[in-house]
Structure formats: C-alpha cells, structure tokens
Ligand binder design. Structure first.
Ligand SMILES: Nc1ncnc2c1ncn2[C@@H]1O[C@H](COP(=O)(O)OP(=O)(O)OP(=O)(O)O)[C@@H](O)[C@H]1O
Length: 909
C-alpha cells in the first residue's frame, strides 16, 4: 500500500472538518506538542484569572517534585527532538543494563514482594516464543518465575494479560535531579541517595521505630529565578538528609533481635531511590519522611540510572498492589517485548510521525527523557482514538453492499461538503416549513440541515451531534429534520431536559406550523411531560402508538416504558449532555424494539393511517433507504451548546458525527458584558443601569443562585425574598418570579407574562439557563456570579441579545478576588472558547458534575479536552487504512487488534 502516494491526493484539511470540535471556536487550535501554543493560551487565560484550585505549575510542568495527584506532564513539553529510530537504538541496551528497582518498601503491602532471583525472562522464554500478534494478549502466567500467588494477585486486580500490564501507565514521572527548587513542607520528593545509617530504636516498653538516614546530593537552589533553575551546572551541589521513619507500637516490636533485623535490612553505603512526602525538620537540610518508598538500586556501581537523569516513572497503585511491584513486573514484560508487535503498518506510523508500538511502550515506561515519554504518550493516545475510528468506519462499510458504495462513503468522509442533500431534494413538507419561517436560514444552518437530511436517507441510523453557540438557531434545524421524516410518513420525538423548554418548543413549533400554507394535512404535534394530566397523557400515548400523532415534544417522560411509537424515525435530544448515557441508550434501544414491533402491527391491522405510512415508507425506500429499513433503529440527533469533554466523548464512543453551526442569525448585536463588584456602590450602579434599560422599553432578567435565603450561606442572594425588594425599588414596573420549585403551569405563566411584556423584570434562578427564548429581553443581571462556571454564565448570558435590541449582561461578583476569573466573559463571547477555558480551569469533573463524569469512558491517558489534534490524525489514518482495504483483509494484525480492543458488537450505542 502506497500511503505516501495516497497522501498527495488526499485533502487533509477537508477531512478534518469531520471533527470541528477539535478547533475550539474561533480560538486557535491547541497544539498539543507545541509548548508555546498551549502555554500561551493558558497563561493568557491565567493572566486574567484568579484560578482557585488551579496550579499553573502543573501545566508548565518540568516534571519536578510533583505531587502524586498532579496532572500528566505532557501538556507543555517542547516538540520532542527524539526520532523513533533514536529511541529504538538503545532501548534494549539501556534496559538490560538498567537496574531494576526491587521491592523493599517498608510501607508496602508486604505480602506482595518479588523475589528477585525467582523471576527471569530468558531470551528463549515462552514469552518470546509467542506469535507476535498474540503477544500482548498472552496471559500473565507466561511470565516465567512469577509465583502462583503473584499471578492471582495480579489477576484479581485486573491484570490478566501482558497488554493490561503494559497499559498500566505511569501516573507521572519524577526527575531524579529534581530538587532544584526549594523543598517545601509536604512536598512529594524523589531522590537517589546513599544510606548513611539505619537504626532500630526502642523508645519505651511498647514503642519502637526504625530510622534510616539517606544522604542525597542535589543541586543547590540559590535563586528562585527561572533562569537559575535552568542553569543547573553553574550552581553548587549540597547534601540533604532524609530521615525515613517507621513506627511500631506493641511490646513484641521492642525486642532487640527484631530491631536488629530491621536495621540490618538497610546497609550503610547502599544506593537507594527514595520517594515520599517530606516534612522539614528543625535542622537545616534535614527532612523527615514517614510515608515513603525505598528501592535499593540493583547494581550499586552502576550510577547510570541517575547520571542519565532518566525520568523516574511513578505508577498508580491498583487494587492494593504496590506500585513498585507493578513497576518491576512491567519492566520484565518490557524486556521480553518483541520489536515487531505493531499492528499499524510502518508507513502509516511514519506518515504521522509516530513511534513504533514497541518504542512507545518502552518510552512510556522507561523513557530516557521527558520528550521520549511524550512521544510515547502521543502514540498510545493515537491508538486509543485510531481503533475507535477504524471500528466505526469499518462497521459503516460493512453495512454497504458494493465497492462503489463503500468508496463513496469514504469519499464523503474525506470531502464532507459532499455529505449534504441540496434543498431541491428535501421533502415537500420540509420545503414548505422552510418557506413558512419568518426568516431565512443562515448558511451554516442550511448546511447543517442538508447534512442531517443526507444522514436521514442513509441505511444506517444517524447518530449526529449538532453543536452551536447559544442562540445560533439549533432548534429550527432540528425542526426541519423532523419535518423531513414526517414528510415520509414517519414519526419524530423531541426530548428536552426541562418542562419549560418543552412547552416553549411546543408553542414555537405550533406557531411555525400555523404559518405553513398549501399543506393538506399538517403534522399533528403533542406535548408530553411529567405534568401532563393522566388522561391526556394516555390519549397522547395512544396517538403515538397508532401513528395519529406524528411529532411529540417532551421531557424524560418520552423514554418511559409505556410510551410506544408506531414508526419512530428520529429522536432529537436537546442539551444532550444533561441526559445520562444510560438514559439516552435506553431511549435509543427501547425505540428500536418498540418501533419494530409496532410497525409490524401497523402493517397487519391495515388501517388507512397504516396504509399512508406504509406507502410513504415505500417512497422513502425508493429515495435511498435500504429494503431492510424496517429493522433500523431511529436516527438520533443530539444537540448541545456546550462543547464539554463528555460531548466529545460521546462523539467518540456514541459513534456520533458532528455538525457545527458556526454563525449567528444576522442582526445580532453582541451582548455588552460588565463585571461589577457587589458593594453598595456596585449595586447602586446596577440599579441605575436597570432603570435606564426599563425606561427605553427593555426587559430585565435578574438571576439568583438560590430560591430562599440560606443560614449556612448568608452571602447568597435569594430570588424569592428579593421579589419584594426589587418591586419596591422599581415601582413603575411589574416584577415576576420563576424558579424550579414552582409548578409547571405557574412557571409557564410567569414566563408567559414576561414574554408578553406584562412583567418587565423577571427574578429567576438558573432554571432559565437552558434554552429559554424571549427575543426582546435585553438585560441580564447575575447575582453572586462567582458561584457559576464560565460556561454556565455564558449560557445564561445567551438568554439576552437574541433579538434586534442591544443587550447588556451585568455579572455581580461578591468579592473583589473573584472579579478576575469572570473577566474572560467580558473579553469573549465565543462559547466554544469559553467552555474550553472552563474546562482547563475547573477540569471535567467539576464541569460535568458527578452524575456525568461517572459515565465518562475510560481513556487511560488521552485527555479529551486537549488531545483533539491526535484524534484528527487518527481519523485521517483510519480513512487511509480503510481506503486501502475496506475489509481490513490486507491488515490482518490490525484487524485482530481491532477485535481485541473494540469488539464490533459493542460499537455504537
Ligand atoms: N436564521 C435565523 N434568522 C433569524 N432568527 C433566527 C434564525 N434562526 C433562529 N432564529 C431565532 O433565534 C432565536 C434563537 O434560536 P434557538 O432557540 O433555536 O437557538 P438555540 O441554538 O437553540 O439556542 P440555545 O442554545 O440558547 O437554546 C430564536 O428566537 C429563533 O427564532
């Protein structure tokens, strides 16, 4: 396969459009391996941030003195200068000469120790004899010399195969020469040193301790300036003394023989590697360690281990297994690792500048320097993404019959602009609906609809994510997609996270349908939420089952077991990240079975409605659907205004394609944002601005973090008690109240009054955050704005500036210190950029909340928010591979690897 040749004709940039989430709004792409890009981006953000809980050092990491919880270092290291071949050359040689850390840890789970002499990986061991492609999936039993007990322990912790062991990646690396900065109390330190003394001391009749003193030579830190840190050679060295202490309580531990045997374990002059948290002692340069690991270096004369300044891998423990034990076992597997285990062809890895798999494993576990670890990481992340991409495309190709169809599909992925159905080919219902809209679609709305309709005509269920900034007009795109399906006689379901939004969409759609002309029979639309009265809800369910209702808008109620559809063809899930994976999955599979069953019923009962449906479906079959159409799961269109990692995760695991709306409807005037400190003066200013706005006919949202005042958090302003205060203050203008504890109809009434202008000020909680659309609302004031995340504030701000009025958003921060963090909102109105800032500042856990982050798929080392570029490359590589061999028959090793990693039956939802 000549991939180099293929590359020439291959338009990378257009294929990259398949993953627009990789480009973060209009902000520059995050270049993973370019120090400047990532660091500048962050420092720019951080320059204006008060980053609570965020440690810039961990981003610019030089991998020194990291605490175990710190993040992966590879966010910033400069572009590696190592080449794959340079890694390969001496990886074996260094390994064999390299001392293997022995398990001598005091605090360790002492049942797990490795008897050094008992484990050997001989050149001709069964490990080496394994067929190359099966090597990684061999059982750990094949590690010769590993006792049954160890095997059991490893297996109990999930390490069944060599692959599992090799995929137990270091959590971080420590630089053995890392003590270049001042050593602080509580800091995690790792040092090579010499044992100076070892004493077992009896303190009283029932208390004793072991004290091992290790002297470590480190570079003296004379200055804190960054330059001085780099200029290590020009500085002196000094010795620090680590006092490793282990305490024993109980009379049996105070006997001299016991204490002697303890101290005898550590020989004076022995070279050891010590790691743990230090506490400063009174004497200068003396530090105490109570929780520590101590590894004797195997060959005392061999100083190459630290002389070479190799990063020292620090492994996470797993299931109670000691990290050092794991490191030792992994080192042994590495020694036996065949060079040619890579299932990905060499020309592909070379094309993408990747290490071979062998070198990547060596590089991640035993890097010579941090650049090598980073290159290794890149390769391993690439694999995580690559197999997902290959699996997904492979499955899609399998669903197609002829080579031409398959080539066509791949081609469309390469040239996404072809994945569109032009307006002339839309169903007549869709065209009429479009005509009835009070505005024209923007160009990206138009291409989004075209892409979706293209998908709707495929014989494969669509799983597409529609992303766009707040207020860009996603709803109408989804409505048009529904119309296309209804036009062929099928049904559509539109699920939203709140009742308020369901009601809003329902009325919005009814209005639009009312304007439609020349349609004999308009689609019947229903609203189904938790508040729908039982009787009405039963009628709606019957209507859905018989097919009398063609479109239903609702909340979670739509996925209730008793809701069955006659012929559901599309499910729209708005603000999809607010629904758990399980919920969405249930929705999907439930609809698959019920729709299949009920379609048959319709066919059998022969009712006239059923006939219409069947007739239309035949028509649909003619315009592109396969004859097996009836077995299809419904198409799923998910929508989101926040590009959170979970979204990207779904884009990968949920087998989703992405469509992005990149422009806003014309005439929108950017919302002016002000960050104001909530002092008395600050509030006076805000009230004055509100009054000015009301006098010129504007409408104002006041957003509060809580409904009622709380004793625990008295500083938080509450919506309910403030109603009176605000009403008094703005006497000529009526005020309304809206919060989540109100009944559904009360909420709708409050919003309705605000929409109609009866109330001009709406005091609300964050219930309005999602999707509320009152186009002439022109001012928003957010109280205690520091309580909200950046992305959330952007969503809230998106409730204003949706019409032609110039709008303002005032963010009131309770403290001066929180003003800085909010400043980014003053500067940017790009939701994709802001969501990314939020991610970097708060991390996915905080951003997603417990419910969602718990469902994040496991990417052992990829960080979805920053590794997008690698995903992009993986996608290109997958296209190349499958372009060369649709069924992967030319790449048997790769195919075998794919089935190991990505059982095809598990692909998709
Ligand atoms: N092409 C357009 N031209 C003018 N107005 C438009 C256009 N498309 C949508 N709108 C209007 O813009 C407003 C916002 O649209 P919509 O509610 O669909 O946005 P959204 O993307 O769902 O936003 P959010 O994420 O805030 O829910 C609506 O009032 C809608 O009628």
């Amino acid at each position: 396969m000549n991939l180099k040749g293929a590359k020439a004709e291959f338009d990378d940039s257009s294929a990259c459009k398949r993953f627009p989430s990789i480009i973060l709004g209009s902000s520059p792409q995050v270049e993973l391996y370019d120090e400047t890009a990532c660091c500048t981006e962050l420092s720019r953000v951080l320059a204006t941030q008060n980053c609570e809980g965020f440690h810039p050092d961990s981003i610019g990491a030089k991998l020194v003195q990291e605490s175990p919880s710190e993040t992966w270092p590879s966010l910033s290291p400069a572009l590696p200068s190592v080449t794959p071949s340079s890694v390969k050359e001496d990886s074996y040689e260094t390994l064999s000469s390299q001392p293997v850390a022995l398990e001598t840890t005091e605090k360790s789970n002492s049942s797990v120790t490795v008897e050094e002499s008992s484990i050997k990986v001989e050149p001709e061991s069964p490990l080496n004899a394994a067929p190359i492609e099966l090597f990684l999936d061999r059982s750990i039993n094949c590690i010769s010399g590993l006792s049954k007990r160890h095997c059991r322990q490893l297996e109990n912790c999930g390490f069944h195969t060599l692959r599992k062991l090799l995929h137990h990646f270091p959590r971080t690396y420590a630089d053995l020469q890392n003590a270049r900065t001042a050593i602080d109390d509580g800091q995690y330190l790792i040092c090579i040193g010499t044992i100076l003394s070892s004493r077992g001391i009896r303190a009283n009749y029932s208390f004793s301790f072991l004290e091992v003193v290790v002297g470590c030579e480190i570079a003296e830190n004379q200055s804190t300036s960054e330059h001085a840190v780099d200029d290590i050679d020009s500085k002196g060295k000094k010795t620090i003394y680590l006092h490793l202490k282990k305490f024993f309580r109980g009379t049996r531990f105070t006997y001299q023989p016991f204490l002697k045997s303890l101290e005898g374990k550590y020989k004076e002059g022995e070279i050891v590697c010590v790691s743990g948290k230090v506490r400063t002692m009174r004497t200068k340069d003396h530090f105490e360690m109570r929780e520590y690991n101590i590894d004797a270096l195997e060959d005392q004369k061999d100083s190459s281990f630290h002389a070479k300044e190799r990063p020292y891998p620090i492994y996470p423990s797993k299931g109670g297994l000691n990290p050092n034990f794991l490191r030792d076992i992994i080192a042994r597997v590495l020694q036996a690792l065949p060079v040619n285990i890579d299932p990905i062809p060499k020309d592909v890895t070379q094309d993408f500048g990747l290490l071979s798999l062998h070198d990547a494993y060596i590089g991640i576990h035993r890097p010579k320097n941090i650049d090598e670890a980073d290159l290794a990481r890149k390769r391993l992340i690439f694999d995580e993404f690559f197999y997902l991409q290959v699996g997904r495309l492979y499955q899609m190709l399998e669903g197609l019959g002829t080579k031409i169809e398959k080539d066509g599909l791949l081609d469309r992925y390469r040239k996404p602009e072809l994945n569109a159905i032009f307006m002339e080919e839309w169903s007549s219902l869709t065209k009429k609906f479009l005509k009835a809209l009070p505005y024209s679609l923007t160009s990206s709305q138009l291409s989004a609809v075209s892409e979706i309709i293209w998908d709707l005509k495929r014989p494969i269920p669509m799983n597409r994510l529609l992303q766009g900034d707040v207020g860009c007009g996603k709803t109408v795109v989804a409505f048009l997609a529904c119309m296309e399906v209804l036009g062929s006689g099928y049904q559509a379901a539109f699920m939203v996270p709140t009742e308020l939004l369901a009601i809003q969409h329902y009325h919005h759609l009814l209005n639009l349908l009312e304007n439609m002309e020349e349609v004999e029979q308009k689609p019947s639309v229903a609203l189904l939420t938790g508040s729908t009265p039982t009787k009405q809800s039963r009628i709606i369910r019957e209507g859905l089952q018989t097919g009398n209702i063609s479109l239903v808008i609702g909340t979670h109620s739509l996925i209730a077991e008793n809701v069955e559809f006659s012929a559901l063809r599309i499910a729209v899930v708005d603000e999809q990240h607010r629904f758990g994976v399980i919920q969405r999955g249930r929705f999907n599979s439930k609809l698959y079975y019920t729709s299949l069953g009920s379609r048959m019923e319709v066919g059998m009962d022969g009712s006239s409605k059923g006939d219409v449906h069947m007739g239309s479906r035949m028509e649909a079959g003619m315009d592109g659907s396969s004859k097996d159409d009836v077995h299809m799961a419904p198409h799923v269109l998910a929508m989101s205004a926040t590009p959170i990692p979970r979204t990207l995760a779904l884009a990968l695991y949920g087998d989703m394609s992405l469509t992005q709306i990149t422009d806003l409807p014309p005439g929108r005037i950017p919302v002016e944002t002000f960050i104001i400190e909530g002092t008395d003066d600050g509030f006076e200013n805000v009230y004055k601005m509100m009054l000015d706005e009301l006098e010129i006919g504007g409408k104002v949202y006041l957003v509060y973090p809580v409904i009622e005042q709380s004793e625990q958090l008295p500083q938080l302003r509450a919506a309910s008690p403030e109603l009176e205060v605000i009403s008094r203050r703005f006497q000529g203008y009526s005020c309304g109240l809206l919060h989540g504890r109100m009944k559904s109809d009360e909420k709708e009434e409050a919003l309705g009054r605000f929409r109609s202008g009866e109330t001009r000020i709406l005091l609300s909680t964050q219930v309005i955050e999602i999707g509320v659309d009152v186009p002439d609302a022109s001012m928003m004031v957010v109280m205690n704005a520091e309580r909200f995340g950046i992305a959330q504030l952007h969503q809230l701000r998106g409730r204003v500036g949706r019409g032609q009025r110039k709008s303002k958003c005032l963010l009131l921060a309770s403290t001066a210190s929180s003003l800085n963090r909010l400043k980014v909102l003053e500067k940017s109105s790009d939701g994709f950029y802001l969501a990314n800032v939020d991610l970097l500042l708060r991390g996915p856990g905080d951003l997603l909340g417990k419910k969602q982050s718990g469902h994040l798929p496991e990417f052992p080392i990829a960080r979805l928010e920053i590794d997008g570029n690698i995903l992009q490359e993986a996608h290109l590589a997958a296209l190349k591979i499958l372009g060369a061999s649709h069924d992967l028959e030319q790449f048997m090793a790769l195919k075998a690897e794919l089935s190991m990693r990505q059982p095809l039956c598990l692909l998709g939802d």
